[in-house]
Design a protein around this ligand. Structure first.
Ligand SMILES: [Mn+2]
Length: 348
């Protein structure tokens, strides 16, 4: 079924105020709806069954939004098909975490649809993204954004900064690459988001942590840039030597120093290429799915998290949906950990 077919299918009745104020706001395509099986087995609630199109509800809850955008990609193009492919891949998961023994079938994930960026310049697209993210966050939602190339990291954080005005943000990026390239000749790319975040003082360098950085994939100049900014970089080799748990604990301390909230960005190329052939820039010697799930859970539970993104899935190069299903798994982990923490806080 194509997006066009879904577009006309039973759209929400309630008038969406956001749409009239932002022309670029997309529609909730209900692309997951054909795969929902609500009530088919009364003993089980599937992850897809807790997805609903947003029709004016307020948080606290998770607000899902797609950004089908790859105009700024440095590697192989195709990441704009990411949001739909991740939504489609949620069908393999249940609303129950065995490890936490936590059932969340009574929770909701509100889908705000896709942000329309087609035909816009990178700058215009980024302005739209920042504006919509701000509006979603201002309605009390923890944002869960599906990319799209990594250039969207900058407008997402800008939008969140505008929504959470007086709050200071700590930032963790899980990535093979530093993504702090200089914007040369005005060309904003998927390699530039975090330099723009740091240079525009959206996040202080001392509250910026990168985890999963590979050998032979980054320039010395950019390493020095981050060192000068006081940022912390954990390479794959650091993880092997010190152990991931130790590094996560240090990352939590760093992003929490004199900050109020935390944001987490997950680049799918942080995974080893064996788990993630479908990314814009694959490399070996990366993280495992289990390690990324562990990072997501620990960060969600131990920081005041305001949002997460999953970027750089490129379905054109995927094999057997391996990368897409890993991306969906991270989405499910995020949802489970957020609601587990909310319920835990309520009972304490
Ligand atoms: Mn990246």
């Amino acid at each position: 079924m194509t997006l066009e077919n879904n577009r006309n299918k039973s759209l929400p009745q309630k008038k969406d105020k956001m749409k009239s104020s932002i022309t670029a706001f997309g529609e909730c395509f209900r692309s997951w709806e054909p795969y929902q099986k609500k009530g088919s087995d009364p003993n089980e609630v599937r992850m897809l069954d807790i997805l609903e199109c947003w029709t004016g509800e307020l948080g606290p809850a998770i607000g899902l939004v797609g950004i089908p955008f790859d105009a700024a990609v440095l590697g192989r193009k195709g990441a704009k098909a990411g949001p739909k492919k991740i939504r489609d891949s949620i069908r393999y998961f249940k609303a129950y975490s065995w490890d936490l023994d936590y059932w969340f079938g009574d929770k909701k994930v509100y889908d705000f649809g896709d942000i329309v960026t087609e035909g816009n310049s990178v700058t215009e697209a980024h302005e739209n993204i920042a504006e919509i993210i701000r509006k979603i966050a201002e309605k009390g939602f923890t944002t869960l954004t599906l990319g799209g190339d990594h250039s969207i990291g900058y407008p997402i954080l800008k939008g969140l900064q505008n929504a959470h005005k007086s709050k200071k943000i700590g930032l963790i990026n899980i990535d093979a690459h530093l993504d702090v390239r200089e914007v040369i000749d005005g060309k904003i790319t998927s390699g530039t988001p975090f330099r723009r975040v740091l240079d525009n003082n959206i996040v202080n360098g001392e509250n910026f942590v990168e985890i999963g950085i590979r050998d032979f994939t980054n320039a010395r100049t950019y390493r020095h840039y981050l060192e000068e900014k006081g940022a912390t970089i954990f390479t794959m080799n650091n993880i092997r030597k010190r152990g991931l748990e130790n590094i996560i604990q240090e990352a939590i301390t760093i992003v929490g120093r004199k900050t109020d909230v935390t944001y987490l960005s997950i680049d799918m190329d942080s995974l080893d290429q064996i788990y993630a052939p479908g990314v814009s820039a694959p490399t070996p010697d990366g993280l495992s799915p289990h390690q990324i799930n562990q990072i997501i859970h620990e960060i969600v539970v131990n920081t005041n998290i305001i949002g997460m993104d999953i970027v750089e899935l490129n379905p054109l190069f995927d094999t057997a949906d391996t990368t897409a299903i890993n991306a969906a798994n991270f989405l499910v982990q995020f949802v489970a950990s957020i609601y587990w923490k909310m319920d835990k806080d309520k009972t304490e």
